[in-house]
Design a protein around this ligand. Structure first.
Ligand SMILES: [Zn+2]
Length: 536
């Protein structure tokens, strides 16, 4: 049985890596391309980190694991998803049930940590350094004391403003910061691998995602983040030559030419109402002034400290466009920047719901027609590529209340949730009531780079073929690992073994399930989660 090491390189894309590998800038990846297996790894719909990483570690599509976005889709307030909200078990629980030991570091969506045979340090979406983010608990003490090495905990949403401004006004400093974070995660992981027995190790490096979102124009700095990952993967291979290495990303990356302001479109069409006119509201004005003064703020204010303070955290997490949506008069709205989905405000589901159940299908069809017809005025072409009713993409047994309509956009477009004129502060004074723009070139509040559906897959090691191009899906990773470890695969898993990657094909063993309650939470547990309030 082989030991397995999975390294996640968030948002890594072959579109950038191929030429860097050719030029010798990513020696480890180039070596695996030649002596192992590589190709595209198809992401989830939507192709964002929360659903995609959870699919990578469960082998199930979002309809089964129930994570569709960073935020819960069953409520209007911005509640961040967590590992208890996931409805199927992750690979480390299967390995625990079969007596295998795991080391899991910085995998998005793992907070709160699960009790496993081994060690877990939770990743993106961990509320704060004060929370219990390790299992066993004493690992946190070792991190604080620096026994395991310095550890940088990514702070969800809270760090976005300082990150954005640092990337904008001090890009080299920003790249250095995220590379230091990757170094800390790599070192702690390698120290854990040295100190503990393990059969499976997984670590996710997130710097590539940040760099590509915020520094798309600076390929030299983006390359430095890929190099950092390449370097540590190389070191791990050197140290564990008998293991099988699987390097994956949750989605790819590219440059959006324009942003689709979905809530602006719904507002113009009357589906969404605002508490105060978003063209002239105080919130819009403040947001726009922030844009104008951002350079000054960056240089004068200790932002990182400010946003991480309890008041700062509260302020940031209460914001967003939803604060200006008048839900008691809104029929439908775009859920969040990464959701690629629209929520219909059903009376029977929500306190402020206004859409009657009888009207649901009619409104849904209307909205689908509306979105299909949104055109770029400059080209006259439609911008929505695919559009689905939730049951068409997630199945009618989908858990955790998926959004009502899911869509993806043509490659050159990305979506924005903000309800405000994209043009900037001057628009607030000039506007005479004409509709708000719904398309805009990337501005202050938009990312320079955004996701694409194809991530990466690299496999290397014992029994892995060489020089082979194979494309697979995020749900194929778990069954492939389990078969390589000779562990039976639960029947509920959607993915299939990437058989073609192996010289000697692993035997397929199946099992009904590893849990008495077949991986789903009980009603009592769900109730408990509903009442769970994060201190963020
Ligand atoms: Zn990601």
């Amino acid at each position: 049985m082989s030991k397995i090491v999975v390294v996640g390189v968030d948002g890594a894309t072959l579109d950038l890596m191929e030429s860097w590998m050719d030029e010798g800038k990513l020696p480890t990846f180039a070596k695996i391309r030649e002596q192992g297996v590589y190709g595209n790894l198809r992401s989830t719909t939507p192709y964002y980190s929360a659903p995609a990483w959870v699919s990578i570690v469960t082998g199930c599509h979002p309809g089964k694991h129930g994570i569709y976005d960073f935020f819960r889709t069953d409520t209007f307030s911005k509640k961040i998803v967590n590992s208890r909200y996931r409805k199927v078990q992750a690979i480390w629980s299967i390995l625990t049930a079969t007596g295998n030991k795991s080391i899991v570091v910085n995998v998005p969506g793992t907070y709160p940590p699960e009790k496993i045979k081994g060690v877990m340090i939770t990743g993106l979406l961990t509320p704060s350094p004060e929370s219990e983010f390790t299992y066993p608990k004493n690992v946190k003490k070792d991190l604080i004391k620096g026994k395991l090495g310095e550890y940088e905990l990514e702070q969800v949403a809270v760090d976005d403003i300082p990150k954005n401004l640092t990337a904008r006004y001090a890009p080299e400093k920003f790249a250095k910061q995220i590379n230091n974070t990757t170094t800390s995660h790599a070192k702690v992981t390698m120290n854990l691998m040295k100190d503990h027995e393990w059969d499976f190790t997984m670590v996710v490096f997130r710097g590539t995602d940040d760099a590509q979102h915020l520094l798309w124009g600076r390929k030299d700095l983006i390359l430095s983040c890929y190099k950092k990952a390449d370097d540590y993967i190389g070191k791990m291979i050197e140290q564990y030559p008998d293991a099988i290495f699987i390097i994956v990303s949750d989605h790819g990356f590219g440059k959006p030419q324009k942003y689709f302001y979905v809530n602006n479109a719904l507002y113009n069409a009357g589906y969404l109402k605002a508490v105060s006119d978003p063209r002239h509201s105080l919130g819009t004005f403040m947001a726009m002034m922030f844009d104008k003064m951002s350079r000054l703020i960056f240089h004068l204010v200790p932002l990182k400290k400010l946003v991480r303070s309890p008041i700062g955290r509260k302020f940031i997490l209460s914001g967003g466009s939803s604060s200006n949506i008048d839900f008691s008069h809104t029929k439908a709205f775009y859920h969040s920047v990464c959701s690629r989905g629209i929520r219909i405000n059903l009376k029977e589901k929500y306190k402020q719901g206004i859409v009657d159940k009888k009207e649901y299908e009619k409104i849904r069809e209307e909205l689908i027609g509306f979105l299909k017809n949104v055109k770029d005025p400059e080209t006259g072409k439609t911008i929505v590529k695919n559009i689905y009713r939730w049951e068409e993409i997630y199945g009618k047994n989908a858990v955790n209340d998926p959004l009502d309509i899911i869509f993806d956009l043509e490659e050159e477009y990305s979506a924005q949730e903000l309800l405000q004129p994209p043009e900037g502060v001057q628009y607030a004074f000039q506007s005479k009531g004409e509709p708000m723009s719904i398309l805009s070139t990337p501005g202050f509040y938009d990312w320079m780079g955004d996701h694409r559906p194809n991530g990466i897959l690299f496999m290397y090691g014992k029994n892995v073929k060489s020089n082979r191009r194979i494309d697979a899906s995020v749900v194929d990773i778990v069954p492939t690992i389990l078969s390589a470890m000779d562990v039976p695969i639960p029947n509920n898993i959607d993915g299939k073994i990437i058989e073609d990657a192996f010289i000697k094909k692993p035997k397929i063993k199946k099992i009904d399930s590893y849990e008495k309650k077949n991986g789903h939470l009980t009603e009592a547990e769900l109730d408990k989660i509903k009442k769970l309030k994060f201190k963020i």
